[in-house]
Design a protein around this ligand. Sequence first.
Ligand SMILES: [Zn+2]
Length: 318
Amino acid sequence: MQLFSDMLSYFPTPLEDELLYSVLARYACDRSFKTSHAQRSILLGRPSLFITYDLPRRINYLTSILPPGCSHTADGFINLNTMFPFYSASLAPERVIAARQSMREEITRSTHRTWIKQFSSERISFLRYCPICFQEDVERHGFAFWHRSHHFPALDICTIHQVWLEDSEVSIRATKQEFVAAEAAIPMVCDARPLDLTDRDVAALLTLAKDAVWVLHKENLYIGAQIIRERYFNLLQVEESEFSKGVKWYYRNRPTLYDSYGEVVFDKLGLKLGNPPGRDWLRWLSEFERSASHQSLSTIIHLLILRFLGLSPANFSD
Ligand SMILES: [Zn+2]
């Protein structure tokens, strides 16, 4: 039970595709908190706690200080205003439940992040924006905001406008300390840089980004590592007992994932030939459910493999 004095005076309405971090940054901006310490003290209830822009925690605390009449729930925020649906899509169901619980409650440890987040922290250095979304948001809402779909690991494309995303002045390191609203962080909007879709690598990246958006918008998509694996094997018509024969057959008859996508796409995604999934993608598939370290890469790698097999994530999850 929170004291009345802890309650927020109002709460901004979260917009479609808006990160919860962005909603709280808009509140902090309106309230003109003097220090980042004060922001965290009021919005997280713990001034010493780091902020996590994409997979926030202590969401139950936030819902407990919402003003009367606000009907937001922790699960609603997690599904609609965090990157959780994307990262959790390929986790085992029991891990999804535990990760969701840690976002609601967790104070000191970030178990869910160690499972699903290692990859992205290396691939995003700054909060990003699309110059055209920025202008449209200002015209439509009177302000800009941080979009969820602009913060996939490695994929720096706005799929709506088919332009490259731009880095803001807010480093990911800075987001741990402070809520910074998009408008305060983007004093000068860059010119939009359209994608050159005649470039095969760029076209492949756009397809991946669109698939990532599809996954992000699909609540509770996760189907578990074992089922994912079985579906792949059914698709490949490889009996589990004949796995090694199947690997040999596919090595002879199919290009590798690396040959199919090429160096540019692999570099962009931070994948290396020789590391999973590179040449060993089929073996990686057979082993990933046992390997926690690979699970942190898994959603994007699954999307790569699906398109390689001529499928979309919608075909696969049906
Ligand atoms: Zn855009």
